[in-house]
Design a protein. Structure first.
Length: 376
């Protein structure tokens, strides 16, 4: 915490200055979609040779709270999901025919908190320079290594997978909490932001089960670019105005959750097109899925990302929903992951001007699919 004091002091100072003025403040909620790239890693093999593991690119999904105070002060907080790690395949043992694959992946929930200054460059375009802290919670992880050594007529093979966050065989796991700074610059045009950030942090270290005398240390440094869409501030009306507004305004955004036999998911959904008796939405989310073994037992929770396009047919409260899209499955032991069709067909209860909806039907992977959500 001592190393974070300068950044925390900056946030508190700017917040103090903004709150002691009489200028107008605006608070908004937004959604974030972007990409994050880890920096390349330099490792030393058990044979003393050095090699570089390339950076890993991951999608970033998030929810943002954006607070503006007057003309100059900007604050933000939020929740982000991303993957972090490395992918490596190569040969680093010249004395033998040696192929080596190493895959390190962590799934992280991040909680950024930033303070910034707004610099107006043109009539509608604002530039925001910000700094802050970004605590991390490592939700899950996997370390996969595959070695194939051929020396003369002898072949040695090793394939090993484990979760570096779990204390296996008395070894030291990685800490579940990690910390990062964040320094960024954003361009804001009306309700949309484009944000570019450099995010340095403290290393993530764990003891390897395949070679306990060696630790793996990952530099927790990243580059991030994101698109953030903020919704207009909520304006509350009373009496007849409020009742009239609820009857006539059709809400286009929603968040929801669903569960199935093999899958659970939390997602964001937005309406794209509205027709006379139907509408087309887009949905993106993140969740987990499980795989059955040969005996039918369920094991190994893995992560899943999906994007789909729900087509909702029906004018009143009862609807037929048909979804088509794609899922990315981050499977333990799989270097590149697996894509799977995202298909759903079922019943959806949703009042045209209401806030709550529920759905049930059949879908790929999760088989039986039941969920609900809230529109805003």
């Amino acid at each position: 915490m001592v190393r974070f004091k300068p950044v925390i002091f900056l946030i508190v100072l700017l917040l103090h200055l903004s709150l002691n003025g009489k200028t107008q403040s605006v608070s908004r909620l937004g959604i974030e979609l972007g990409l994050v790239s880890s920096t390349s890693q330099e490792f030393t093999s058990i044979y003393g040779t050095s090699y570089y593991a390339p950076s890993m690119v991951s999608p970033v999904l998030g929810v943002k709270w954006l607070y503006s105070k007057g003309k100059y002060f900007e604050f933000s907080g939020g929740l982000q999901y991303e993957m972090y790690g490395t992918r490596f395949r190569g040969d680093n043992m010249p004395s033998a025919s040696y192929t080596y694959i190493e895959n390190i992946t962590f799934h992280k929930l991040c909680f950024p908190l930033t303070a910034g200054l707004n610099i107006k460059l043109s009539g509608k375009l604002n530039t925001i320079v910000s700094a802050g802290i970004r605590p991390n919670l490592l939700v899950s992880g996997k370390y996969f290594v595959d070695r194939n050594v051929r020396m003369g007529s002898q072949t040695y093979m090793l394939e090993h997978t484990y979760n570096p966050l779990i204390n296996e065989w008395g070894l030291n796991p990685a800490e579940r909490f990690a910390f990062q700074y964040t320094f960024g610059i954003s361009a804001r045009l009306k309700n949309n932001y484009i944000s570019i950030n450099y995010i340095p942090g403290y290393p993530i270290t764990f003891q390897r089960t395949d070679y306990p005398d060696y630790n793996r240390e990952l530099r927790n440094n990243e580059f991030n670019i994101s698109l953030i869409h903020s919704f207009p501030p909520l304006k509350l009306k009373s009496g007849a105005q409020k009742e009239e507004q609820e009857e006539t305004v059709f809400l286009k955004n929603s968040i929801g959750i669903y569960f199935g036999y093999l899958e659970g998911n939390i997602y964001y959904e937005r309406n794209l097109l509205t027709f006379r008796r139907s509408k087309l939405n887009v949905r993106t989310g993140v969740g987990f899925f499980t795989l059955p073994d040969s005996g039918g037992d369920i094991y190994d929770k893995n992560f899943i990302f999906n994007i789909s396009f729900p087509y909702i047919l029906g004018k009143n409260n009862s609807h037929l929903e048909i979804d088509a899209g794609l899922k990315y499955l981050d499977v333990i032991g799989d270097i590149t992951g697996t894509f799977w069709p995202d298909v759903f067909a079922g019943y959806r209860y949703e009042k045209p001007a209401g806030r709550f909806f529920c759905r049930a039907g059949l879908s790929s992977l999760s088989l039986i699919n039941i969920g609900c959500g809230l529109k805003f």
